[in-house]
Write a protein that binds this ligand. Structure first.
Ligand code: OTU
Length: 651
């Protein structure tokens, strides 16, 4: 695409815009449009050039961006300007997040406000409220099957409640994260309903086929996301008399982004919620956005182009808003969602670090850090102004998405190792105290995943039943050390509600016929406020976990080297039980923190001579940041307790 062509098209569009979109207040909008239009046009050209309605679609897009800008509240426009000035604002170490269900953590959206003090007590200032948009009462995949993108589901409250919550949170300097389910709609969505009634315009919003010809051809190369409870990628719709692509559940219809109207509508939806005060949009299942015959229909180049257009458009209307990419894919693919072939983040500023998450679970099961070290070493380099969302647990199952090559390098056989992990976490392995449930087992591929709450997976549940004090200590230590890693690794740590008070699996939910076939519900419990109250009673398990995490969170906020500026160095050490990395203050380059995490159930020692080219402790003294004590380094050796960790600095 030539810049001249872009200028000509933009000028043409500007003359056609409605007069109310020419208001003097629009100055910033037009500056940003000018800056981003060439990129938007080029990308649109790459995807939709052959279409006759190309110019009309471009006009529709720009008009929509302008309309949403006109509507954008002053408070948010001001915040956009500030964030543009401090464009690295989200890379700082001050942000600590948590994911919650507004109806399981609180009663509903308006009640969420009364629960903010609990979150703030822990130090949380970024809250991902799990899907709240209108969806069917039964078949909704936990809200990931949306029937109306412009409406909060009545069960959770109203759009006004959401806006009020966003404002309260802004006053408290807390960020609000909301989902936009970009890949599919519910079969109850108006678009799907119209398609069903034979409306050609809306059949074009989905992938629909008259017979099995195309579906069968697609199936040749498409993996299954839910092989156990929703096998296959297509569903026969009786009313429509056609097959429809449904990669996830049968009631989740995949949107067809070969149709630009779908893209424009989805961007409109994003900006609608941006204008309600949402700071960060979590884009669900982004790897699946583009389907191509003969491919896995994941991580296609066009999926990246779509995200780039979404980002560029958001940049024009609501530049303060960030995107989180939810792409639980191979390690080498994840980092591409920051923006392929781009110098700065040109897709999503934030991406789930599913690789680190899975590696941490490997270390829990193997009780060593061999694969963890290998995997962290292979983590792709991020772009500038891009950051990880580091997490231990979330609302989904845990997939063992490591690289086979890394498993081999760590000294294991990939298939057998994955089988071991599955057995370990489902409690089948001798001596395992984990209480996970197998999820989405696929006998065809040998792929294995599991569900379960953090406390149940690390053996706290079993230990407490057995009243085994040593095992209780070990499980609590494990919970704390896993968090010490995500808090210090570089990126935004995202805790999962319930983990800070050690909540167990909720098996009762599986008696609900709507949930029985999807055991991810066991870790989507109702938050236990009585248990939470025990966090204030010294000596209780809740107190031990909560107060430790609270302390670490508050410390993180003051440790500059923990900001994420490509300032982590993984250090190779000979003790395979340890994960050791250095965090360096990107500004001064002097201030350094050495992080040492021990995954063994025995105390371990680290020979500091092995890392002395990276950090030198003068006069044989180091400072243990968390304990606030000075340590004498006898023989330059340091000891880390069983399943413990250290954040060390020079004295
Ligand atoms: C996402 O999940 C959501 O987090 C899930 O809760 C939804 O069921 C799913 O999308 C469909 O909306 O798409 O890119 O359990 O890891 O499905 C990865 C498997 C996803 C999830 C996977 C994931």
């Amino acid at each position: 695409m030539y810049e001249q062509a872009s200028h000509a098209l933009l000028n043409d569009i500007l003359t056609k815009l409605k007069p109310e979109l020419e208001h003097p207040e629009m100055r910033h909008f037009y500056t940003r449009l000018g800056a981003n239009f060439y990129a938007i046009h080029s990308l649109f050209h790459l995807l939709y050039d052959e279409r006759d309605d190309f110019p009309a679609q471009m006009l529709a897009l720009v008009e929509m961006l302008a309309r949403r800008y006109v509507e954008r509240p002053t408070r948010l426009r001001e915040s956009d300007m500030l964030r543009e000035q401090h464009y690295e604002w989200f890379l700082g170490q001050k942000w600590v997040g948590m994911a919650v269900y507004c109806d399981r953590f609180a009663a509903d959206l308006s009640d969420m406000r009364s629960k903010l003090p609990y979150l703030q007590d822990l130090g949380i200032n970024l809250v991902h409220i799990m899907p709240i948009l209108a969806c069917p009462s039964s078949a909704s995949d936990g809200g990931y099957a949306v029937s109306d993108y412009y409406k909060v589901d009545a069960r959770y409250g109203s759009n006004d409640d959401l806006e009020a919550l966003a404002q309260t949170m802004a006053q408290r300097d807390m960020l609000l994260v909301l989902d936009v389910v970009v890949n599919h709609t519910s079969d109850q969505h108006a678009w799907a309903q119209s398609a069903r009634q034979g409306d050609k315009k809306y059949q074009d919003y989905y992938y629909v086929f008259n017979d099995r010809g195309m579906p069968d051809a697609f199936e040749q190369s498409m993996p299954e996301v839910f092989p156990a409870h929703a096998p296959g990628n297509f569903t026969w719709d009786e009313a429509m008399g056609k097959w429809v692509m449904t990669v996830f559940n049968t009631y989740q219809w995949d949107l067809n982004y070969r149709n630009p109207a779908v893209l424009i509508d989805m961007i409109d939806i994003m900006l609608f919620w941006a204008n309600k005060g949402v700071d960060i949009l979590r884009l669900d299942a982004v790897a699946f956005l583009w389907k191509k015959m003969g491919s896995t229909c994941q991580n296609e180049r066009e999926a990246h182009l779509l995200l780039q257009i979404m980002k560029d458009c958001c940049q024009v209307t609501a530049p303060g808003v960030l995107f989180i990419a939810e792409a639980i894919v191979a390690p080498s693919e994840i980092a591409k969602y920051f923006g392929e072939d781009a110098i700065n983040a040109k897709e999503c500023e934030v991406a789930y670090n599913a690789t680190l998450m899975a590696l941490l679970w490997d270390a829990v099961a193997t009780k060593n850090a061999r694969l963890l070290n290998q995997g962290v070493r292979s983590l792709p380099v991020k772009l500038e102004r891009a950051t990880w969302l580091n997490y231990v647990r979330c609302h989904d199952d845990i997939g063992l998405g490591f690289d086979d090559q890394d498993i081999l390098s760590a000294g294991y056989e990939p298939h057998a190792h994955r089988q071991f992990l599955l057995n370990y976490f489902t409690g089948k392995f001798a001596g395992s105290t984990a209480r996970g449930l197998p999820f989405g087992a696929n006998p065809k591929t040998g792929d294995a995943r599991f569900s379960g709450s953090l406390a149940s997976l690390v053996g706290l549940e079993v230990a407490m039943e057995a009243q085994d004090e040593r095992a209780i200590d070990m499980a609590i230590q494990t919970i704390i050390t896993l968090h010490a890693v995500i808090l210090s690794f570089g990126g935004i740590p995202l805790l999962y509600y319930g983990d800070a008070i050690g909540m167990f699996n909720d098996l009762v939910c599986l008696t609900d016929p709507n949930k029985a076939d999807d055991n991810r519900w066991v870790h989507r419990y109702n938050f236990d406020w009585e248990k939470a109250a025990r966090r204030k009673q010294p000596g209780t398990v809740e107190n031990r976990i909560f107060s430790s995490l609270k302390k670490l969170i508050s410390m993180r906020k003051h440790i500059f080297p923990f900001a994420d500026f490509d300032n982590r160095q993984l250090l190779s050490v000979s003790n395979p039980n340890l994960l050791v990395y250095l965090r360096i203050d990107h500004k001064t380059r002097h201030n350094k923190v050495l992080v040492v995490a021990n995954f063994s159930e025995e105390a371990q020692s680290l020979d500091l001579d092995e890392v002395s080219t990276s950090i030198l402790f003068h006069r044989g003294m180091a400072k243990n940041l968390v304990a606030g004590t000075q340590i004498e380094l006898v023989g330059n050796i340091i000891t880390v307790t069983a399943r413990g960790f250290l954040w060390l600095t020079e004295v």
